[in-house]
Every structure is written in structure tokens, then in C-alpha cells.
Ligand binder design. Structure first.
Ligand SMILES: CC(C)(COP(=O)(O)OP(=O)(O)OC[C@H]1O[C@@H](n2cnc3c(N)ncnc32)[C@H](O)[C@@H]1OP(=O)(O)O)[C@@H](O)C(=O)NCCC(=O)NCCS
Length: 168
């Protein structure tokens, strides 16, 4: 598969904002920490600084945001955390991901997770915590196919049942 993960770029703005609108219809956020008051250039610069460990907000741990590109088109993204705080340990996990609606059921989430695992392991994370809503059948399947072992199901701050998996 030709899918590649790479950092956000300044020329991604229109494509990524389109993805952000599409995922909003699913009740999911493609972009993290993006606010209308922030310019796109500032948003990209903030992620560059987070990747270098200079800024750790909003997740309070070092991490990165990588888009998934196939044939020059952004099909999804992953958010990788190189550590866990209390919230991430409880319900956020090390790796988040999503795929744009038009590109689903092609194995892209599975490939994004596979490459994100290589990425976090290179950053020193061996045991990877993955979480998904208990009713998110697609994401649970992706995590289980990647070797995730269910540890437990907890209640999130928002009151949802959340599955916690470890990929060791
Ligand atoms: C969940 C999500 C990431 C799956 O992306 P995807 O690229 O379609 O997943 P894949 O193609 O890699 O799916 C791999 C397998 O997972 C299962 N699967 C994926 N989506 C599914 C769905 N909607 N229903 C049932 N099974 C599903 C299937 O077994 C699939 O294999 P198959 O297509 O050969 O049957 C995508 O639907 C999405 O972005 N949803 C909104 C955001 C989200 O929920 N992110 C995860 C938060 S924890």
C-alpha cells in the first residue's frame, strides 16, 4: 500500500479543513486544538513545536499529528502521544486516528495504525494503549487486528463506555 504518514504542511489548509468538516458530521474532530481564532500557519507551527517537545498543550504530553496520504490525497490522520497523562491513561490512549468517509473500508485505518505503532515505538513507547468507544465496531476491529488485547471497559468523562486495549 502506498499510504504514507507525514507532518502537516502549510499548503494542506484547504484539504485538511474539508476533512475537518467531513469528520465533524461524524461527531469526530479531524484537527485537534484548532480554533477559529488561530491562523492555519500558527496551527501548523504549534504542531511542529509539539513534535520537537517545545509545546505540550493541549494534551500535556509530547506528541505529534501526522496526515495519511495516498497518491497525493489526504485520506486520514493520526495523533500520536509519546506518553500518557491521567486522562490519556484512562480514555485517550497513545494513538488516535480517523479516515475520511470517502476512503473507508480500504484498509487505510489499519495501515495508519500499523505505521503509527512504528512511529511511537521509535519514540520509546513499547506497550501501546489504544481506546475506542464501546460501540465503535470499526475502530475496535482495527485495534484487534493490530493485536490489541482488551483490558477493560471504563466510563469516559463524557459518560461513554470506552474500551481500553494494549498492543504489547
Ligand atoms: C473507524 C475508522 C477509523 C475505520 O477506518 P477504515 O479505513 O474504514 O478501516 P479499515 O478499512 O482499516 O477497516 C479494517 C477492518 O475493520 C472493520 N471495520 C472498519 N469499519 C467498519 C465498520 N464501519 N463496520 C464494521 N466493521 C468495520 C472491518 O473488519 C474492516 O475490514 P474489511 O473492510 O476487510 O471488512 C473510520 O470509520 C473512521 O474514521 N471513523 C470515524 C473516526 C473514528 O471513529 N476514529 C477512531 C476513534 S477510536
Amino acid at each position: 500500500m502506498s499510504l504514507r504518514l507525514r507532518p502537516l504542511r502549510r499548503d494542506d489548509e484547504s484539504e485538511v479543513l474539508a476533512a475537518h468538516r467531513e469528520l465533524a458530521a461524524d461527531g469526530f474532530s479531524f484537527l485537534l486544538g484548532y480554533e477559529g481564532a488561530t491562523t492555519w500557519s500558527e496551527h501548523v507551527a504549534a504542531w511542529e513545536a509539539r513534535g520537537r517537545g517545545e509545546i505540550i498543550a493541549p494534551l500535556r504530553v509530547r506528541g505529534n499529528f501526522l496526515v495519511a496520504v495516498v497518491d497525493g490525497v489526504i485520506v486520514g490522520r493520526t495523533s500520536v502521544r509519546y506518553g500518557l497523562n491521567e486522562f490519556l491513561y484512562h480514555e485517550g490512549g497513545h494513538v488516535g486516528y480517523c479516515v475520511r468517509p470517502a476512503f473507508r473500508r480500504r484498509g487505510y485505518a489499519s495501515e495508519i495504525l500499523s505505521q503509527a505503532l512504528v512511529h511511537v515505538r521509535a519514540a520509546g513507547v513499547q506497550d501501546v494503549l489504544m481506546t475506542c468507544d464501546d460501540n465503535n465496531i470499526g475502530s475496535a476491529a482495527v485495534i484487534e487486528r493490530a493485536g490489541g488485547k482488551l483490558q477493560n471497559i471504563v466510563t469516559s468523562e463524557a459518560g461513554h463506555a470506552v474500551r481500553r486495549y494494549w498492543i504489547r
